[in-house]
Structures are given as C-alpha cells and as structure tokens.
Write a protein that binds this ligand. Structure first.
Ligand code: THU
Length: 389
C-alpha cells in the first residue's frame, strides 16, 4: 500500500525544463557560449551544479558555480512566472491529502529555485509534509539519497512511497531507494522511461482519476500499469506494459505450464477430451489459465479458452491478449472453436499469436507446436459498431 508520495518538482509539478533550458541557453550566450538543447540532456534532474558545470565543461570552460547559478536563477524567475502548474497537479495533491497520504517534495534543485517554482504554480511549503532540496544531500540523483531522506523524514520506509518523476536520473534514484516509481512523459520518451525502470507511466498527473482512499489510489495504479500509449485489442484500447517483466520466451513457458496444469482439472466426463488454455495479458504480463467445463446439457459446456478469458477479466477488468496457448491431446493440436474465436476477438489483436500444442510439447518432450496469428484463424470477427477503432 502506498502511504506517501515523493514528488520531483521540475517536469512533474511545473513544466520547467523548457524554462530552465531557455534560461541556461540565454545565460551561456551572455558568457559567449552558444549551447545546443542536446548539451543539457545528460544533466537533467542531476542538480544545478552538474547542469551548469557539465555543459560548461563540454565547451572547455570552468565556471564560478555560485555566480553562474545566481545569474541563471534571475533569468529563470523572469521566465517561470508565465508557467502555471502542470495539468492535474492541484487536483492530484487534493486527492492524495484526502486519502491520508503524506506528501514530500524532493528536488535536486536549490531551495531558491524550488521557492520560485512553488510560487509560480500557486503552492506553498506547507502543502508538503517535508521538503528536501539539493542543499540537503551530498549525492545527487541517480543516487537514492534524496528519496530515502524524504521518505524517512516523513516517517515512512521508501518501500511504502511512490516517487513521481519525469527524468531518467530521477526514476533510477527512486528505484534504487526501493520505492515504486510513476514516470510522467513530460521530458523523455516512453522507451527511455521504460528502460530506466519505471513501474507506471502516465502522461501527466491529470491522467489519474479522482480517488479518496489509499485503496482507490492503489487500484488506479494497478489498473493503469503502462502508459497512455494505448494499443488496440479487439474492442479494447489497452495500456501497454511499461516493460516485459521477463523475456517473451520465459513468459510463454509459464503460459504452457499453466495451461498444462489447468488441463488436469478439465471437467469432461462426457467427451473425455481435455483442454487447457492460457492467455498472457499485454498490460500486466500476467498469465491466466482455464480448462474446459462440460455440462449435462451439452450446449452449456464452456471451453478452456473462454474459461481462461473469464479468469483474466475477473482479475483485470478487461485485457488485451498478447498471446494465447491451447494444450490438447490432439493431432494436430486443436485450434479454438468458432465460438471461442469470437469471444477471443473481443480482446485480441490481428497479430496476437496463438500457440497450439500437444501435451508432449507443453511438457518439453518433443511433441507438436503450431503457431498462428489470430487474424488467420478469424479474419473477419464481429466487433460491435460503436467499439470499432
Ligand atoms: N473444447 C475446448 O475446451 N476448446 C475448444 O476450442 C474446442 C473444444 C472442449 C469443449 C468440450 O468439453 C470438449 O472440448 C469437446 O468438445
């Protein structure tokens, strides 16, 4: 359960990266250096000293840091006032407060800059339980110090805190502090954020629905694993997983194992034909399995594939199927029936891979494995008009 939120400031509460960039480029121009926006990228979120001195060093210049920083802040204050808070900041903070969470501001920037920013976005020190700025720490992000200090200052272990970040260095800092990290796509691309290890990806704090308890907040986080970069699955638009928890092969192996295990529970006293199925959820990489369940009234029988989908929906609400596995003792291994294909179509993409295997293959003893794309099994599924994308 998340008990506290540790906010980075720049790029999370205020879209200040363009402002600081403008101010820094203007500052360097005043000392005769024409910098490029790319020069600053390695130093974003790493504190003012690295930000200024790192760029100066690239151009073979040594700076008097204090002097340079004062000049930079003077320019920054001038430009920052035109910027409001980022979308959803006030609403999110209000919800978090209502839920009883503790809030900290943890920025590698100097206190002076934090004060300029807070004023520009209509917040005050007192809106946070704790405020840690660059002066309080020796080692900057990506080291975990700032988030550890902020969490402990609020009396919470970092593991119970969610770090909200936009920068690669900050995401890494949050992860190595032991916290969960929610990354906003303000400054870096989704693949870069994924690579840095973010647990959740949102476009802005505005992408969070309202919540009034910690439980509701947790539910929003878990339902939204992934980014606002949505992928179309049948009648659903599903958030992409931020990263594969493990390689595709390993995940597929789990799906085979679970389908095999489920098959053992097949309730098939009439046909004696046992089927096991497993689907991999594209948003969470979780695997859900099912077996066939027959009925005295034969037509009421539920196939393994539909049973697996029902399990997935029961846990996740709606899913995008990244891959489907069906295990039977048939030669060649049986494909899903037409009724299952129609149900699968609701949650599959044309390129969802369907693995049909026999028991021997699933057990790793040779056997048969055939592979289809969903669109080759059901090229023209029916999707209700208002759900077509
Ligand atoms: N069955 C499945 O579980 N999946 C399919 O796609 C085809 C058929 C089950 C239903 C029934 O219990 C048995 O196999 C024989 O039809």
């Amino acid at each position: 359960m998340i008990e506290g939120i540790l906010f980075d400031m720049d790029g999370v509460l205020i879209d200040s990266e363009p402002v600081i960039l403008h101010a820094a480029m203007t500052y360097f121009e005043t000392i005769g250096i024409k910098t490029q926006p790319e020069d600053y990228i390695p130093f974003i979120g790493a504190g003012d000293r690295k930000f200024l001195c790192g760029v100066a060093e690239k151009y073979g210049k040594k700076l008097n840091f204090e002097e340079a920083r004062d000049a930079l802040f003077a320019l920054y204050a001038e430009y920052a006032n035109d910027r409001g808070p980022m979308d959803g900041v006030h609403r999110f903070i209000k919800n978090a407060r209502k839920s009883g969470m503790k809030l900290a501001l943890a920025t590698s920037a100097a206190r002076a800059k934090a004060e300029i920013n807070l004023k520009a976005i209509g917040l005050e020190d007192s809106d946070f339980d704790c405020m840690v700025t660059g002066e309080s720490i020796k080692r900057n992000k990506p080291n975990p110090d700032i988030y550890q200090l902020a969490a402990l200052s609020m009396g919470l272990p970092p593991q119970e805190c969610l770090v909200v970040e936009d920068a690669i260095n900050g995401i890494k800092a949050g992860k190595s502090a032991g916290s969960s990290v929610c990354a906003l796509t303000t400054t870096f691309t989704i693949p870069e954020i994924e690579e840095a290890g973010a647990d959740y990806i949102f476009t802005s704090l505005d992408a969070f629905e309202d919540f009034s308890t910690k439980e509701e907040f947790d539910a929003i986080l878990h339902a939204s694993i992934g980014s606002d970069d949505r992928t179309v699955y049948g009648a659903n638009k599903i958030l992409k997983a931020p990263k594969a928890i493990m390689g595709d092969e390993a995940l597929l192996k789990i799906a085979f194992d679970q389908a095999l295990e489920a098959r053992k529970n097949a309730y098939s006293p009439y046909s004696k034909y046992q089927v096991g199925a497993a689907v991999i959820s594209s948003a969470t990489n979780r695997v859900y399995s099912g077996c066939n369940v027959e009925n005295s009234s034969y037509g009421a029988t539920i196939c393994a594939e539909r049973n697996a989908i029902l399990n997935a929906i029961t846990s996740e609400g709606t899913i995008g199927i990244a891959a489907l596995v069906v295990v039977s003792e048939d030669a060649p291994p049986a494909p899903p029936c037409a009724q299952c294909l129609q149900v699968l179509a609701e949650f599959s993409r044309p390129d969802t891979v369907v693995h049909l295997v026999d028991v021997a293959f699933a057990e790793g003893r040779g056997g048969t494995h055939t592979q289809y794309l969903f669109k080759d099994l059901l090229p023209h599924p029916f999707i209700f008009p208002s759900m077509r994308q």
